[in-house]
Ligand binder design. Structure first.
Ligand code: UD1
Length: 367
């Protein structure tokens, strides 16, 4: 029987941990799973509502670290997590994604000789200015078992000298969550509540420091989006970081005069219901590039690179960067092509069964 600590820290972690935890709970002769929430994200809208929507129990351990600079936040997670590992003596610690909680907990385990498995390993944007890229590279280099979502990730890991026997291509566990909840999300009233039911609209998310922390960059992106909104209304659930920057830079009035509708961050089910009905998604998120791929929704990625090239290969995702003219041109192209919805092409092993494969592999680790 394997005791596994599943680490959940920030919003994009929760939908990856949920199906793995549920699968472990279904196999009580093989697994004793626990959830450790670092508290990197702590607002009800960024955390608790996801646990509710995903049917996850309250975390077994809550570290309550909160916000801070990268060094402070990472260090706090490490100091709070170390005694938990020493007390619980898990057989495995499972970290997901690329947030500060991922590297912090992996590093604690590597130093204590506790085995770490990394879910969503091998993704590379090749942009080291992105904090997540540093987290990915470091976490992969110290993990004992690396679960990949696509085969380009296997190639990246091979190039970095990670032994092949540690790498297991299992597919995308976030898509397990998507498939499990798509039907349930139909009960959400969010489209009606926002007055977009049965109408054409776009969904926008924006929270990368590189896009929102610099006044000039954010201003340019907003110019483009305001022009796009003249043709297609945009619903914009705003991340707390972005909300703060919009206020700091005094952009509120400009947005209020446009057809961009700012709303608070949505829970998992409401957000799924919202984007799944969108004509187009514009985002700098990683997960949304993948979710739109599976649903066949055109996605404009407002970044110069992506660690998820398979989403481009499948045909739904277009990298448009942050140049206002390029954003406008790409958006108008999607809108003019009335057959915008691309037939959903689903990447290999994004089949809703990844959690099962992860559990099977944990039972057969490398020698
Ligand atoms: C983190 C992840 C990022 C992920 C994103 C999803 C890292 C390095 N980055 O970025 O990869 O895409 O989460 O949201 O781990 N805040 C709140 N309430 C919260 C959480 C944050 O108000 O519950 C505010 C705080 O002012 C905080 C800021 O948002 O300083 C940034 O939060 P932080 O966790 O540092 O990084 P994110 O930008 O959310």
């Amino acid at each position: 029987m394997l005791k596994v600590l599943n680490i959940a820290g920030a919003r994009p972690n929760f939908m990856k941990v949920a199906p793995i935890y549920a699968e472990m709970k279904r196999r009580p002769e093989e697994f004793v799973p626990m959830i450790v929430h670092t508290g990197q994200h702590y607002d009800a809208a960024m955390s608790d509502s996801f646990f509710d929507d995903l049917g996850m129990p309250k975390p077994d351990v809550y570290l309550g670290v909160g916000s801070g600079s990268h060094a402070v936040q990472t260090a706090k997670i490490m100091t709070e997590f170390e005694p938990v590992v020493l007390r619980e003596k898990p057989d495995w610690v499972l970290v997901v994604g690329d947030v500060n909680s991922t590297i912090a907990c992996a590093l604690v385990c590597a130093k204590l000789g506790i085995k770490v498995a990394h879910v969503e390993a091998g993704l590379r944007s090749r942009d080291r200015a992105m904090p997540e890229e540093i987290n990915r590279i470091l976490t992969d280099s110290i993990s004992d078992l690396l679960f990949t979502t696509s085969q380009d990730a296997d190639v990246n890991l091979e190039r970095e000298g990670i032994p092949a026997e540690r790498v297991r291509f299992v597919g995308n566990v976030m898509i397990d969550s998507l498939m499990d909840h798509l039907k349930i999300a139909e009960n959400s009233t969010v489209r009606g509540d926002l007055g977009v039911d049965g109408r054409d609209y776009a969904v926008l998310t924006l929270h990368r420091p590189s896009n929102v922390d610099d006044k000039g960059t954010l201003s340019g992106i907003l110019d483009a989006l305001i022009a796009v909104a003249e043709k297609l209304p945009i619903v914009f659930p705003v991340h707390p970081r972005t909300r703060a920057k919009i206020e700091e830079f005094g952009f509120g009035a400009r947005i209020a005069g446009s057809d961009i509708r700012l709303i608070d961050p949505l829970g998992y089910l409401d957000f799924m219901r919202l984007y799944s009905g969108a004509k187009m998604v514009m985002t700098d998120s990683g997960g949304l590039q993948e979710e739109t791929t599976v649903l066949g929704i055109p996605c404009l990625t407002l970044r110069n690179n992506t660690e998820r090239p398979i989403t481009i290969e499948m045909g739904t995702n277009i990298l448009v960067g942050t140049d206002p003219e390029k954003i406008k041109r790409a958006a108008f192209n999607v809108l003019e092509n009335k057959a915008a919805a691309v037939a959903a092409k689903i990447p290999p092993l994004w089949d809703g069964k990844t959690a099962g494969r992860i559990c099977d592999e944990l039972l057969e680790p490398p020698a």
